[in-house]
Design a protein around this ligand. Structure first.
Ligand code: SAM
Length: 217
């Protein structure tokens, strides 16, 4: 009981000290970050750091994203809860849980991860927390998931030299994709697909992600 109260307190403090004071303002995003227990997605041996203002290591040499980045990426997509969303790079499943929380029962969410071990662990945690609607797939997310396209929004949680063409093709006109572009120096870009089919770059913020590894780059 004491432990769960203190996790709740740490989560509230994270929202106030790391998110809202840095400009995160979307009520759906704030509510999701206030609710989803990040401590569940962090490896047990570093669980006391779950609400650090940082990315943290998980299995397979990967990372769970920094809460601020999760909030920024979610907010950038401008979700109302009714969208079809594709996430590339499930990782720990934390960002997946945030998206599932935002989408509730009205939206649809697919998430692809290339490491089977990570996907298995994330899947167990998402089910345990009741996020049963997220459809998890093992595979190469750089090729997207054409069977369920078009998507209203795509979130890439790994850095690519450019937007993978398959993901762009699977985005509907007017849809948004948030993606870290670059290698050593990365920019978190929000691209919107215009009627002409060309991208409108809506924002550009420095970031640091593990690389996207795949055939579709
Ligand atoms: N947002 C996640 C979280 O909060 O736990 C963190 C994701 S981690 C920064 C990036 C993930 O992308 C890693 O788990 C990595 O294995 C995965 N990844 C890299 N290339 C991929 C690809 N082509 N297809 C699917 N997943 C990929």
């Amino acid at each position: 009981m004491a432990k769960s109260l203190s996790w709740d307190y740490l989560r509230e403090r994270m929202v106030a000290d790391q998110l809202t004071c840095r400009g995160i303002s979307d009520p759906l995003v704030i509510a999701a970050l206030r609710k989803v227990p990040r401590e569940i997605f962090v490896p047990e041996e570093i669980r006391d750091r779950a609400y650090d203002d940082a990315a943290l290591p998980i299995a397979c040499g990967q990372t769970i994203s920094q809460p601020l980045i999760v909030a920024m990426m979610s907010e950038a997509l401008g979700l109302t809860g009714r969208e079809r969303v594709l996430e590339i790079g499930t990782g720990s499943g934390y960002q997946t849980a945030i998206l599932a929380e935002i989408l509730g029962t009205q939206g649809a969410l697919w998430s692809i991860e290339r490491h089977a071990d990570l996907l298995r662990t994330a899947s167990g945690k998402l089910l345990h927390l009741g996020y049963t609607s997220a459809r998890l797939r093992i595979g190469d997310g750089s090729l997207g998931l054409p069977d369920y396209a078009p998507y209203d929004a795509v979130l890439l949680a790994a850095a690519a030299p450019r937007c993978p063409p398959a993901l762009w093709e699977q985005l509907r006109v007017g849809g948004r994709i948030v993606i870290p572009i670059g290698q050593q120096h990365q920019q978190l870009q929000l691209l919107e697909k215009q009627k002409s089919g060309s991208p409108l770059i809506r924002s550009n913020v420095s970031c640091r992600f593990v690389p996207l590894i795949g055939e579709g780059l």
